[in-house]
Design a protein around this ligand. Structure first.
Ligand code: ADP
Length: 398
């Protein structure tokens, strides 16, 4: 069965068509600037050249139409007709406490996703628009919602509650939810396979280090803690997000700069992290690494702070699980940046970790980067959120 995986943002739509049995990627692409002048789609059928289509996409339905046309038309198509798309898997950012697993989309499910909109006001409405556009154009095709938050719903109360009056949780569901769940789940399952051990018997720490970054602790087959919170702003220092900080800083900066809470949160989401620490130099670790080796203080400061925060989370989660068997690096930085991996692992001697420099030089592929005698295994595992969504979708529609 071919499964179309859709990841809809407020002005973008990423898609992949995957053969769910063979797990082959058939085609992929991206629509950008939806609803904005200059909309364009890039589309790549596997094994063929990338195609760019510049065409107005006034809304997401127009974008989905363009995608379906590219997949089925005579010249660029990869399937004869829409009948060859057996199901659609939608990535949904926030499922709140309503969804601890993926689910077939019904009107009731759509209402329950809508009920989570105020927890992710930028993402969930866009995800819902993607669902509605697909339902309009493919009314008989089953659709599945796969949530970024679902994997983390197994966290115990002591991990997900904040130290604030309990009624804020009871009344408004203010708690830690965590994100990147599809990636943490996919990578941890791969790690168990690489180890040849039972998923349910392992203690794992997964470091998803991309532009958005989070760490999770998985014990006996369940996520027991994760670094992102009510929103993706908490936890690690990220590309442009601050991660953990004293909440009193918000009021302090509002007073100093004469700005609103909204303005400061914008700074914390978009102008902070390694971008902010490097004085606006870059949020991209390729640039920062160049700066670091050239001895530039802003890049050195940003990279050291980033690595240090990851190290603190690894320590916290090793303590929370009373040990750790395997630590995995994934996502853009985790998969492709040996220098950051080395910086992080250089702190972890206390866990009995020793790193294999030669293996650590690998980029973008599965690798065991710890030495055989290392007490804790360290893996690099490329994440594949789209494949994970296709697998979940197949499971529910087959
Ligand atoms: P997002 O959270 O936007 O999905 P990514 O997982 O793509 O982010 O991570 C982006 C980061 O990964 C950037 O800092 C970039 O430096 C790094 N990165 C991505 N691909 C590569 C690569 N091929 N080589 C080196 N670094 C890379």
């Amino acid at each position: 069965m071919n499964i179309l995986v859709i990841n809809c943002g407020s002005s973008s739509l990423k898609f992949q068509l995957i053969n769910a049995q063979s797990e082959e990627l058939i085609a992929k692409g991206l629509c950008e600037r939806i609803g904005i002048e200059g909309s364009q789609m890039t589309y790549t059928p596997t094994g063929k050249d990338k195609i760019q289509v510049t065409k107005p996409m006034p809304d997401h339905t127009a974008a989905v139409k363009l995608v379906l046309d590219a997949l089925t038309n005579k010249d660029t198509g990869v399937v004869e007709s829409l009948d060859e798309i057996g199901a659609v898997g939608h990535r949904i950012v926030h499922g709140g406490e309503n969804f601890a697993r993926s689910t077939l989309i019904t009107d009731e499910v759509i209402r329950a996703i809508e009920a989570c909109n105020d927890l992710a006001p930028l993402h969930n409405p866009a995800n819902l628009i993607g669902i509605n556009s697909c339902r309009e154009l493919m009314p008989h095709t089953p659709m599945v919602a796969v949530f970024d938050t679902a994997f983390h719903q197994t966290m115990p109360e002591e991990a997900y509650l904040y130290g604030i009056p309990y009624h804020y949780y009871a009344d408004y569901k203010v708690r830690r939810y965590g994100f990147h769940g599809t990636s943490h789940s996919y990578v941890s399952h791969q790690a168990a396979q690489m180890l040849g051990r039972n998923y349910e018997e392992l203690k794992m720490i997964i470091c998803h280090l991309g532009n958005g970054a989070s760490v999770s602790a998985i014990k006996n087959g369940k996520c027991v803690d994760t670094s992102m919170g009510l929103t993706p702003l908490e936890g690690l220092i990220m590309g442009t997000r601050s991660g953990d900080m004293d909440p009193a800083i918000v009021e302090f900066l509002c007073n100093k700069e004469g700005k609103s809470v909204h303005d400061i949160l914008n700074v914390l989401n978009k102008e902070s992290g390694v971008l902010g620490l490097s004085e606006g130099y870059s949020s991209d670790f390729r640039d920062l690494e160049k700066g670091y080796h050239a001895g530039e203080e802003p890049s050195i400061r940003a990279m050291k702070s980033f690595a240090y925060r990851v190290v603190k989370y690894i320590g916290a989660y090793a303590a929370a699980m009373n040990g750790v068997d395997v630590i995995c690096f994934t996502a853009g930085i985790g998969e492709n940046n040996p220098f950051i991996r080395k910086m992080i692992c250089s702190y972890l001697g206390y866990l009995g970790i020793s790193m294999n420099e030669e293996e650590n030089a690998k980029r973008g592929e599965e690798a065991v980067i710890s030495n055989p005698e290392s007490a804790v295994k360290v893996f690099v595992i490329p994440t594949n959120e789209e494949l994970a969504i296709a697998r979940e979708t197949l499971e529910l529609v087959k």
